[in-house]
Design a protein around this ligand. Sequence first.
Ligand code: ADP
Ligand code: MG
Length: 418
Amino acid sequence: MLEQKCPTWQLEMLLQSQEKGLFYALDLGGTNFRVLRVQLGGKEGRVVKQECEEISIPTNLMTGNSHDLFDFIAAALAKFVASEGEDFHLPEGRQRELGFTFSFPVKQSSISSGTLIKWTKGFAINDTVGEDVVAELSRALDRQGLDMKVTALVNDTIGTLAGGRYDDNDVVVAVILGTGTNAAYVERANAIPKWHGLLPKSGDMVINMEWGNFRSSHLPLTEFDQALDAESLNPGEQIYEKLISGMYLGEIVRRILLKMTQEASLFGDDIPPKLKIPYILTTPHMSMMHHDGSSDLRTVGAQLRDILGIQNTSLKTRRLVVAVCDIVAKRGSRLAAAGIHGILKKLGRDIPSSDKQRTVIAMDGGLYEHYTIFSESLESTLQEILGEEVSSSVVIKLANDGSGIGAALLAAAHSQYL
Ligand code: ADP
Ligand code: MG
């Protein structure tokens, strides 16, 4: 998993908590992006006030050109800055500062610069690859006439780890389960063979695993996974992500239902045309059907009608659809739990410790947050693997928008005015 370029962070960089003042963050990681501002009150005050807005990215911009994408983002940010109220204070003569959460594989060259290695999660914009994304953003901010300096570039796992650690020192792992998936964890510097720099004071480093790109001959892929991958924007890449994350679960279900229709007339003799459209069935649709508690599965029926144009389904058919959702969601959640277990094992936290040390996993992402059956299955699988005793000291904490706040904190920690 660590074969890929994994930016490492010195833990000290994430651990300052004295920061004060107004900071902005921009979180770009999937279908939506968020803009956020926080007023930090220093060690005692912590986060005094925060505001956030979520904006969806028009799909044509995800596969267009770099200039248009960054212009769209900068324009939305400029509008958000214009709405800054009186509760937020920027000292006279100071420039606004921003932490940029950019959750795609990046070769980090400094705290505030890094070049894009490749797009994932449905983005494909050739002219950004190999470019410094902070420079791209800064130029777009200039074009908007927005006077703002990007002082930190992070991805969502690092942001979530920083944000999580800010209010709980026992956070050692951050996991993202949203449109895509990734994880970061705190490692002893001397356990990192690739690290040839000076050892940090604490001896601890943070590793961004880019685990979405994990693949192995031990990871069984079905014909549905193989076809999904082959027809994706990034064939051969992000295989673990394609088994687990929100962008893909609904699409896997669609492919299975299509095959069941073709081979066993699941929805009658004709194949419903909409069922052939890639990505038409999203993970939120799947989750709605999966959570249907009614005796006649009427939500399943309504979703099949509204999304796929399939009328008058029998209860038996609806049950089959739910069973498919269950298999796909449980496979994803159990694989995600296995990944977390792998990290705990690497850290030696998979066995009972004499000091009963807490291990906290900061979790962020819409899939984990909203897909209850998925998150419950993940937690019960982790318990199943770890056993009762170890499980009692392992906590998964939902760090809602942790990555955004973390980026603002890191922007503050690396302010030009310190
Ligand atoms: P990102 O990963 O883009 O930063 P989020 O963390 O907000 O975004 O996660 C968004 C993803 O979460 C969506 O792409 C979707 O797959 C998944 N998701 C959102 N709502 C639900 C839901 N109700 N049920 C299942 N999955 C959901
Ligand atoms: Mg995110």
